[in-house]
Design a binder for this molecule. Structure first.
Ligand code: PHE
Ligand code: ZN
Length: 880
């Protein structure tokens, strides 16, 4: 594996390459243990670069077989080759020359899943961000674009399907059981978008006619016998293609678009030009094996990768510091797509929940970094929630600030200007500035400054002069290596809600720029005065989550209940309720810690019942309203000295109070809300979601597994089945009904790894001290495999991120089991190990005993001498 060199990459060190590679011809002679790659690279000296300047190419664990320059062998004095570099010491003085590089690879032994690897009999590549250099020596950087022609040779029996980027050109037989295929991609691309796949698949075929009338052949390649499970992904793909034409005017540009689903994959999916490679978890689905959440993820990720064809591939990144240029924008696009295909407010709430769960802890802890970072040691560790999710929020804010029309013009200009180029965030912002004639320099701090901004707000009403005064003060907390922060431009959407639930329009507003329901906070303090407000309104802030920030505001509980019932913005209704529930839990937490009993506000408890039965609200929204903030949400609000056991008890207490007070009603509603025959659409999924939240409350109030056991037995789809099993396992651990259901599930799905992942997840997230032992024994389960990222994430990832009481067991055993596993994983796959290790990033917010136990395992890991650059980077930053 790649060892740490200690090298830090800095944005200001960017230099264009000395040479360009206009054309790349690759031949893969695929063999499981000895694959030969012949790369014919046409080089062109860049203008202004002195003739004879040494050519320095990247490699990673490479072994060079042969080197030729313009068809003649290069003698030993003409080059230096090591596993990580090839230097042609005195290249020809001519402007152009061709270098032929032959390397030999062992795809079977490549367990990193970067570069060319072979698993389950499938040859597959993963090149983003720096995997291409594991295939051949190259300028493995995103600003060197090349036109690729790829020839693949393999055994016909084991690899009848041979795929690469672009369009198919030719195929044929080679005798002795071998065959070949040639692919040509006319669009110049960086090496990270290169892909080859060879194996034996079933293919689901379809086609699409673009807006301008071109026919595109579509194919989804899956394991034999799983073709039917690709139907939903195909449907999502075609809807994505239509949507991108209709909403952004962007059409597909090749004759074929292929997707391959593989079972060993480090991430979710990869947007290789014309040949997306997916973790099969995000392709395969049917009602019997996938949950509604799986269907929604598949739709979003298929769309995401497809949308990259323009935002990422046609326009790519100058360097990896610009990662958010493609990722933030493409996440924004997939969010908009899902919002259009499903329910916009429900989608928005889900996005905010994810942002808070994944990005806020990153921004508020030792791994905080700007959306556009300026430094990195290991780029693979920067595929973060900050780059992706906060990056998407920043694009959304550009739209809020400029308005939908100017935003659309800006994006169009960006695409026209930079098509075929490798661009920067500065280019992106400039397009919006030019299209809108607005200055976005203060706004651009969202890209450059880490940390979650906070707005402290107080409001006073003066009946005598009918004014409502809102005092706003912004601050950005310090983050690693950025102690002083500059003032940001924060678009704060708001409403003044009158007694009748309608928004009040002020006669006049002073103190800030206020437009279309948005206060533009730009200074440290604003005193915004609304005139002509005779009665005190309820203040609704950050409607639709207009900015990724935190709010500190003393709000009267009765105002929050009022907003939860009446705000015209559904997100704000959910937020008001969520704030009340969080506050109630924190009050109970303080009491539980002090051994007192808490009574909850009957008004809040009643509002929950009201939400559950309000037929004017869509079921999916009601399900979200009834879902309590998670233990980590609550812990994050508490902030310091956290005792996860007390958080758990406080949350359980509130859940029980809600369940018991509304028991009859929830029972009736559970009976009514049957979604009927399975359909994967959002409305049907919403009904199931509501019903499953109700089932949880019913199980809590009755304290009996009967309801859940009955649903488990009768469920005809995985959503209802997994929900019932979760309730049985989590609420009734050790109960015979729970054990029987777990055994039954295991029995039914032993041969279906993706479904077994749910079985691992449910057990790994079962609260309580015993979880450590359960997880330890599951590591030995025959269905578990330490080399498969999905298995590792399902078991250890779930344990460390979703099991607050188990993972943070006060004797530190959870951390020790975790650390041992991380090191085991690292031997095979450093990237996956490093991602897993981020679960310890919030250790400093724990109470002292757990803090010390967590620190000890971090120190134990970091003191290992043979650590990979990936894991060392993460662990050292977490400890610093
Ligand atoms: N670029 C991929 C995406 O966002 C993610 C990815 C990164 C996949 C690195 C593999 C490796 O869609
Ligand atoms: Zn992406």
């Amino acid at each position: 594996m790649r060892q740490d060199t200690g090298q830090i990459f800095k944005i200001e060190d960017y230099q264009p390459s000395d040479y360009l590679i206009p054309e790349t011809k690759l031949t893969f002679e695929l063999q499981p243990e000895a694959t030969i790659v012949t790369a014919q690279l046409q080089f062109e000296r860049r203008k202004g670069v002195e003739a004879g300047t040494p050519l320095v190419l990247d490699g990673d664990e490479l072994s060079l077989v042969r080197l030729e320059l313009d068809g003649r062998p290069v003698d030993a004095s003409g080059y230096q080759a090591s596993p990580q570099q090839l230097i042609l010491t005195a290249p020809p003085a001519s402007a152009r020359f061709t270098l032929t590089v032959v390397t030999q690879l062992d795809p079977s032994r490549n367990s990193t899943l970067m570069g060319l690897y072979r698993s389950n009999g499938v040859y597959c590549t993963q090149c983003e961000p720096e995997g291409f250099r594991r295939i051949t020596y190259f300028y493995d950087r995103p600003d060197v674009l090349s036109v690729y022609t790829v020839r693949i040779e393999a055994d016909r029996a084991t690899a009848p399907t041979l795929l690469s980027n672009g369009n198919p050109v030719e195929q044929g037989d080679l005798g002795s059981g071998r065959h070949y295929a040639v692919w040509h991609d006319p669009f110049p691309k960086p090496s990270y978008l290169f892909a080859v796949v060879a194996g034996d698949f079933d293919v689901l075929e379809d086609s699409f006619i673009t807006a301008s009338g071109r026919k595109v052949e579509l194919g989804i390649y899956v394991e034999h016998g799983k073709k039917a499970r690709a139907a939903y992904a195909m449907d999502a793909l075609k809807r994505s293609m239509v949507w991108d034409e209709e909403v952004f005017g962007l059409e597909y540009d090749l004759d074929v678009f292929n997707i391959v689903a593989v079972s060993d994959f480090n991430m979710g999916a990869m947007e290789n030009k014309g040949l997306n490679v997916f973790n099969d978890k995000y392709i395969l689905a049917d009602e019997a094996t996938a949950t509604d959440a799986d269907f929604a993820n598949i739709e979003a990720i298929v769309a995401h990768e497809y949308f990259h064809n323009w935002t990422g591939n046609r326009i790519t990144c100058r360097d990896w510091f610009q990662l958010c240029l493609k990722e933030g924008l493409t996440v924004f696009r997939d969010h908009e797509f899902s919002a259009d295909q499903r329910s916009r407010p429900v989608k928005r709430i889900a996005e905010v929940r994810t942002l808070r769960a994944m990005q806020f802890p990153e921004d508020q802890g030792p791994l905080a970094h700007p959306v556009r970072p300026r430094r990195y040691r290991e780029i693979a560790n920067f595929y973060t929630a900050t780059v992706y999710e906060k990056g998407s929020e920043v694009v959304r804010m550009i739209r809020t600030v400029l308005g939908a029309e100017a935003f659309a013009r800006g994006l169009k200009l960006y695409i026209e200007r930079h098509d075929g180029e490798a661009a920067t965030i500065e280019d992106f912002i400039r397009a919006f500035e030019d299209a809108s004639e607005q200055d976005l320099s203060q706004f651009a701090l969202w890209y450059h400054q880490a940390g979650t901004p906070n707005l402290a707000v107080t409001a006073t009403h003066n009946a005598a002069d009918a004014t409502f005064r809102v005092e706003i003060e912004q601050s950005v907390p310090p983050t690693p290596s950025e102690s002083r922060k500059r003032l940001m431009h924060i678009p704060l959407a708001f409403g003044l809600v009158g007694e009748d639930g309608q928004d009040i329009v002020a006669a006049q507003i002073e103190g800030a720029q206020v437009e279309n329901g948005v206060i533009h906070v730009r200074k440290r303090k604003h005193s915004v005065v609304f005139h002509g407000i005779p009665k005190r309104p309820a203040l609704s802030l950050n409607r639709g989550f207009s900015a990724p920030m935190t709010l500190s505001m003393e709000q009267r509980p009765e105002d929050l209940v009022f907003l939860a019932r009446n705000d015209s913005d559904l997100f704000a209704r959910w937020q008001a309720l969520n704030t009340l529930l969080t506050d109630a839990t924190i009050r109970a937490y303080r009491a539980v810690s002090g051994q007192a009993n808490v009574a909850h506000d009957p008004n809040l408890i009643a509002t929950m019942g009201e939400m559950a039965r309000d037929d004017s609200l869509e079921p999916a929204f009601r399900a979200l309203a009834l879902t309590l903030p998670s233990e980590s949400d609550i812990a994050r609000e508490i902030g310091a000295n956290i005792n996860p056991d007390a958080v758990f008890m406080a949350r359980e207490g509130l859940a029980k109070a809600i369940a018991c007070a509304n028991a009859d009603q929830f029972a009736t509603l559970y009976g009514i809300h049957d979604a009927g025959e399975f359909r994967p659409d959002a409305a049907s999924a919403g009904k199931r979601a509501l019903r499953n939240v109700l089932l949880d409350y019913l199980s809590l109030s009755s304290d009996q597994p009967t309801y859940a056991a009955a649903q488990f037995a009768s469920a005809t789809n995985m959503t209802d089945k997994a929900a019932a099993l979760t309730i049985l396992a989590h609420r009734f651990p050790g109960h015979v009904e729970a054990s029987a259901a777990l055994a039954r599930f295991e029995d039914t799905y032993t041969n279906d790894p993706l479904v077994m992942d749910k079985w691992f997840q449910i057990q790994a997230s079962t609260p309580g001290a015993n979880a450590v032992e359960v997880v330890r024994s599951l590591l030995d389960h025959p269905a578990f495999s330490i080399g498969n990222p999905n298995r590792v994430r399902a078991l250890m990832g779930t344990f460390a991120t979703l099991n607050q009481t188990g993972f943070h067991r006060d004797d530190g055993e959870g951390y020790r089991l975790f650390a041992t596993t991380v090191l085991e994983v690292e031997k095979r796959n450093p990237q996956v190990a490093a991602r897993l290790a981020t679960a310890l990033r919030s250790w400093r917010s724990l109470e002292p005993k757990r803090q010390e136990a967590a620190r000890q395992v971090l120190v134990m890991i970091s003191s290992r001498e043979d650590l990979s650059s990936d894991l060392r980077d993460i662990v050292e930053r977490i400890l610093s």
